[in-house]
Design a protein around this ligand. Structure first.
Ligand SMILES: [Zn+2]
Ligand SMILES: [Zn+2]
Length: 635
C-alpha cells in the first residue's frame, strides 16, 4: 500500500534525490500555509519522479494557484533556512498537535488533526522527531537536506484527490504534486523527456503507424497486430529462433489450454488463480483410447459403440484453463521421454501465447495486456551445469541489449522472505538458500550490474527481473530470468545420472525478449517509430521521377527483385511530383529514387531516413547493401 508507514530503516535508505524532494514537500506546505493558514496537512512523502503533500483545505487548489504557491516556495528556498531536527517526547508531540502547531507556522485554534492521528500510530519504541525550517514545524522522521537552499529547482505539476491513508472511509484530501531536482538543467531535461515521451507514446504511435489495435468486440487487453505490427513480431521471432538455435535450444509447440490438474501440479493453482481467466467447465465422456489421426466421424461412433456400456455412457466433468504460462506444458514434454544426464542440458523454446487476467483498471496499451506471446524457454540441467547455463542466458540478454541499443539496464535479483514461506513462497527453506546462493555467486562472478531485492522472488524460486531504459530514459521491465527448484519436483521430473540414480533437474525459465506485446510497445517508443531496416514494416519504397512506361517497368523489375529476396518493398504508383512522393515516404527507412538517367545507368538513387540523399548507386550494389544490412540487423 502506498500509504504504508516507512520504517526507520527504510528512511535511512532514502536516496539524496528523495531527501531533496521530501524537503521540497515541507517547503510546499510552508508556502500553502503562508497563503491559507488554516490548511491541515497529512502525509508528504517523496514519490517516483517527485513528491506530494496531502492537504485538507476548504479552498480547492487548482493549477491556477501554482504560480502563487511557487512564488512563496521560492522565498523559502531563497531564505535558505536550515532543516533542524528536534526530538520530543510523545507527550510534547501530542501537546503541540493539540495546539495546532504541527505542520504549521504558529499555534492555531484548530488542532493538527491528521498529525495527532499519525502520532497515535507511531510504535511506542520509536523516537518522535520534528523538523523545523523557518517558522514551519512538522512532525517528521526525516531525513532532510541541510537547508532549504539545497533545493536547486522545482515545479508543481498537478493536483489530485486522495483519501487520508488511502481509505475511502476517511476524509478526502487534496494531493498537490511537484517535482524537484538539484539543478535547473536536470529539471528542464526531465520535462523535455516527458514531452518527448508523450510524442513517442506507443499507444499514439501504434495507431498512427498502424501497428496494433484494440477492439471492443474482441475484448479489453487483447491487442491485435495489423500487418505492420505482425511484421515486427515475426522479425523478433526470427531473431529469437536464430539466436536460440545457435545456443542449442530446440523448439516445441503446445496448446493454449490445459486441464486444472496440470496447474494444481505446477502450484499455479491456487497461488496464481487470481491472475488466470476463470475455468471452462466441460462435460466430457471418459477418456477414450487414442485413435489414429484422420479417422472419419462415422468410424469414431462405431468405435465408441463397440466399447463396454459402462465406459461409453458415463460423463465426467472437467475443468480447463487458458494457459497463463508455458512452463507446465514444457515440463510435461521433458517428462514425456526418459532422460539421462547425457541429454542435459535440454532447452525447450516456444513463442507461446499465454492469457492472464489483469484487472481492467490495470490494463495499459501494449504494456499490460491479457493475451501475451512470450519469448519463452525452459532449460533443464544438472547442478554442475547451472553456472554455465545461467551465464549463457545472461549473455543472451546482453547481446540483445547491444543489438537494440539499450545502453542502460539493471538486473534485479529478487530473493524470498523466510517469514513468508508457505504463503508467498514454496515452503522449501533449504532449497531457497542453496539456489539463491548459487545464483548470487554466478552474478558476482560474471561482473554483471545487479541489485538484490528481498521478498520479490517468484513463488517457486529466485528470479532476475531486467529493467531497461529506452533512449529517452523511460523505464520498462521487459524480461525475467528465473531459477526454479520447485516445479521439477512437483512434476516429478527425473534424469538418470552417471551413477544410474534418478536425479531432479534444475530448471531455468527465461524470456529475454519478454512478450511481443510489451517488447514492441517498448521498441515503438525507443525508436520513436523509426525502426532499423531489419524491423521496418516497409523497408524500401521505390519512387520514380515521372511515370514514363519504360521507367515504371524498370522500377517494377527492381520491386520484383527486392521481393524475391524477401525485402519488404513497395512502389509509389501515383503520378505525384517526386517531392510529394518523397514527403509521403518520410517514415520509410530507405527510398530508391529512380529517374531516367538512373535507368540508363542501371542505377538507383538511395535516400536513407536520417541520412538524406546518398546519391546514385549501381542497382546491384544498392541491392547487395540492403541485403547485407538486413542480414546483419544493422542499427
Ligand atoms: Zn519531513
Ligand atoms: Zn516458465
Amino acid at each position: 500500500m502506498q500509504d504504508e508507514r516507512k520504517t526507520p530503516e527504510m528512511r535511512t535508505q532514502m536516496t539524496d534525490i528523495e531527501r531533496l524532494r521530501h524537503s521540497a514537500s515541507h517547503v510546499l506546505a510552508t508556502a500553502i500555509l503562508k497563503i491559507w493558514p488554516e490548511a491541515q496537512f497529512a502525509a508528504g512523502p517523496p514519490v517516483e519522479n517527485g513528491f506530494y503533500y496531502d492537504v485538507d483545505l476548504p479552498h480547492r487548489i487548482s493549477p491556477d494557484d501554482f504560480e502563487k504557491i511557487e512564488a512563496e516556495m521560492k522565498k523559502e528556498i531563497k531564505a535558505n533556512h536550515p532543516f533542524e531536527r528536534i526530538e520530543v517526547s510523545r507527550d510534547e508531540a501530542l501537546d503541540l498537535g493539540k495546539k495546532g502547531r504541527l505542520a504549521a507556522l504558529s499555534e492555531r485554534s484548530d488542532p493538527s488533526k491528521f498529525k495527532l492521528d499519525i502520532i497515535e500510530n507511531i510504535p511506542p519504541d520509536e523516537k518522535i522527531s520534528l523538523y523545523r525550517s523557518g517558522d514551519f514545524i512538522d512532525l517528521c522522521a526525516g531525513p532532510h537536506v541541510m537547508r532549504t537552499g539545497n533545493i536547486g529547482a522545482f515545479k508543481l505539476t498537478n493536483v489530485a484527490s486522495a483519501y487520508y491513508k488511502g481509505d475511502e472511509k476517511n476524509p478526502q484530501l487534496q494531493r498537490i504534486y511537484g517535482t524537484a531536482f538539484k539543478t535547473k538543467k536536470e529539471l528542464d531535461d526531465y520535462f523535455a523527456m516527458l514531452e518527448e515521451a508523450k510524442k513517442r507514446d506507443h499507444r499514439k504511435l501504434g495507431k498512427e503507424l498502424e501497428i496494433f489495435v484494440f477492439d471492443d468486440d474482441v475484448g479489453p487487453g487483447l491487442p491485435m497486430f495489423l500487418p505492420r505490427g505482425a511484421v515486427i513480431a515475426e522479425e523478433l521471432e526470427k531473431l529469437a529462433k536464430e539466436t536460440e538455435f545457435a545456443a542449442g535450444y530446440q523448439r516445441v509447440r503446445t496448446p493454449h489450454i490445459a486441464r486444472e490438474s496440470l496447474y494444481k501440479k505446477s502450484g499455479h493453482l491456487p497461488y496464481y488463480a487470481e491472475s488466470m481467466f476463470p475455468p471452462m467447465e466441460l462435460e466430457d465422456k471418459l477418456p477414450s483410447l487414442s485413435r489414429p489421426a484422420g479417422c472419419e466421424p462415422a468410424e469414431e461412433e462405431a468405435e465408441q459403440d463397440a466399447r463396454p456400456p459402462s465406459q461409453a455412457g458415463s460423463l465426467t466433468s472437467d475443468r480447463y484453463y487458458l494457459k497463463a504460462m508455458n512452463c507446465p506444458h514444457h515440463h510435461k514434454l521433458f517428462a514425456a521421454v526418459p532422460r539421462s544426464y547425457r541429454d542435459l542440458p535440454l532447452r525447450f523454446a516456444e513463442y507461446g501465447t499465454c492469457y492472464r487476467y489483469e484487472k481492467s483498471g490495470e490494463l495499459f496499451g501494449l504494456m499490460r495486456v491479457r493475451s501475451l506471446q512470450m519469448n519463452d524457454a525452459h532449460l533443464y540441467m544438472t547442478p554442475e551445469q547451472f553456472e554455465a547455463e545461467f551465464n549463457a542466458v545472461n549473455e543472451m540478454y546482453l547481446n540483445y541489449f547491444k543489438l537494440f541499443g539499450i545502453d542502460k539496464y539493471l538486473m534485479r535479483f529478487s530473493t524470498h522472505d523466510p517469514a513468508k514461506l508457505g504463503q508467498k513462497f514454496v515452503d522449501e527453506p533449504e532449497l531457497w538458500k542453496q539456489t539463491e546462493e548459487m545464483t548470487r555467486n554466478v552474478l558476482k562472478n560474471s561482473g554483471i550490474n545487479y541489485v538484490e531485492v528481498p521478498n520479490e522472488a517468484a513463488f517457486y524460486g529466485p528470479k532476475i527481473d531486467v529493467q531497461a531504459w529506452s533512449v529517452i530514459g523511460r523505464e520498462f521491465s521487459i524480461a525475467t530470468n528465473q531459477v526454479d527448484f520447485s516445479q521439477p519436483r512437483n512434476f516429478d521430473l527425473r534424469y538418470k545420472d552417471r551413477d544410474n540414480v534418478d536425479k531432479i533437474p534444475i530448471c531455468i525459465h527465461r524470456a529475454p525478449l519478454g512478450t511481443h506485446e510489451r517488447f514492441i510497445g517498448f521498441l515503438i517508443e525507443h525508436y520513436a517509430g523509426n525502426f532499423p531496416l531489419w524491423l521496418s514494416p516497409e523497408q524500401v519504397r521505390i519512387l520514380t521521377i515521372g511515370d514514363d512506361s519504360k521507367l515504371m517497368d524498370y522500377a517494377r523489375s527492381i520491386l520484383r527483385e527486392l521481393r524475391a529476396h524477401q525485402v519488404r518493398a513497395e512502389i509509389d504508383e501515383s503520378n505525384d511530383k517526386i517531392n510529394g512522393k518523397i514527403q509521403r515516404a518520410e517514415q520509410m527507412h530507405t527510398m530508391f529514387v529512380i529517374g531516367k538517367r538512373d535507368m540508363e545507368a542501371d542505377a538507383v538513387s538511395v535516400r536513407i531516413h536520417g541520412k538524406g540523399n546518398l546519391g546514385p548507386k549501381k542497382k546491384d550494389e544498392a541491392m547487395a547493401e540492403i541485403l547485407k544490412a538486413i542480414k546483419e540487423r544493422r542499427a
